[in-house]
Design a binder for this molecule. Sequence first.
Ligand code: LLP
Length: 422
Amino acid sequence: MPAGIARRDGVLHVDDVPLPAIAAGAGTATYVYSASVIRERVARLTAALDGVPHRVHYSLKANANGAILRVLREAGCGVDVVSGGELHRALHAGFTGRDIVFGGVGKTQRELKEALDAGVKLINVESDSELRLLAALAAARGVVAPVGLRINPEVDVENAHHYIATGEKGHKFGIGLPDALRVGREALAMPSIRLVAVDMHVGSQLHSFEAYREGMSRLVELARTLRADGAPIEYLDAGGGLPVPYGDEEEPDVAAYGAIVRQATAALGGVELLVEHGRYLVAASGSLLTRVLYRKESGHKTYVICDAGMTELIRPSHYDAYHQIDAVGDVPGRMTADVVGPVCETGDFLGLDREIPAVGPGDLLVVHTVGAYGVAMASRYNARPLAAEVLVDGSRWAVVTAREQYADLLRHEVASPQWQEA
Ligand code: LLP
């Protein structure tokens, strides 16, 4: 059972809150997060980085829920954002410019301006054309932009799915290693740019840390050369990517990871280490609570049809991702079933061929380890309003995102379109 979840008196609890109480009060489908699990993850990661100057910048894309952001802010984290919307959410949650790293492969002019206006700590640029646009925007505003070069370190990446590898040769992310020095020197010649960092992100859900070792050594080498050319390098940004166990895998050895990135930081010297983890900090804190609508047999298979599916959690169908599924109550008997959602797609499933308790209509199920890239990737397909979100803190719980209503689905629809002649 993931941290923070336990069966007591026959029912699953998140911390000290029984899940049926949340289902009764907030309905289903509902995302439930544990604040204590998030705090514990931050503490573990921070301990692994202790020994060199560092800051954990939580990668907002994993989950931008404001209540979670506040827990992370109070635990001392900064953030890593990749869009104007994420920047807006971060500022709304109380982060200030100095807490924010702005990344992303396709920042718009508007987003770059917003980053400059917010006074962010660092803008990681991913191409020479982006660098030139940023230099012009900063010059026009009379400011100097703090810039990092996101490098594609061109390392081999071993991870769960090729969609989430990013640092191999030919990927769209970052500046290719052979071009890095040229772009860096171009930056050095720009009066409105201050080249303060080198950055990488090699991939997500990385079970082998070799890619970190190789990537960091390439970053350090580049930083040394740029420094020799006069760059005031202040930060070494190692990106995110730590894995979490979704089934019976081991927890990652964060101490071993910490040793790799600390060593590179110490070798370069005079820099603050930045890390941008998302999944590691929040995945284990989240559970998706769903109610079984129907159970049926079809073509020798048993189907459990739930009120949550790919609209709430797309990871199973999009990445073939495995998430553990449990019954919330003490349900007698076991069976093998496909646990599916109500959406009109064969790819709409939470788990296939699962051995689970013999649940039936009305029973509650929980899908584990969905705090990262769960609600963040939710959709309204089939005109399904987005799920509610609940934060648990010890023995207390609260709805932190209200369930969408049908009226929300129509909120941006223009009732009387203003036709214009072309
Ligand atoms: N920094 C950068 C530049 C990134 O692109 C990412 C994730 C992170 C940090 C955070 O990575 P993490 O620590 O969470 O692995 N939707 C996929 C994951 C996509 C990750 C994209 N980039 C999934 O559900 O597995």
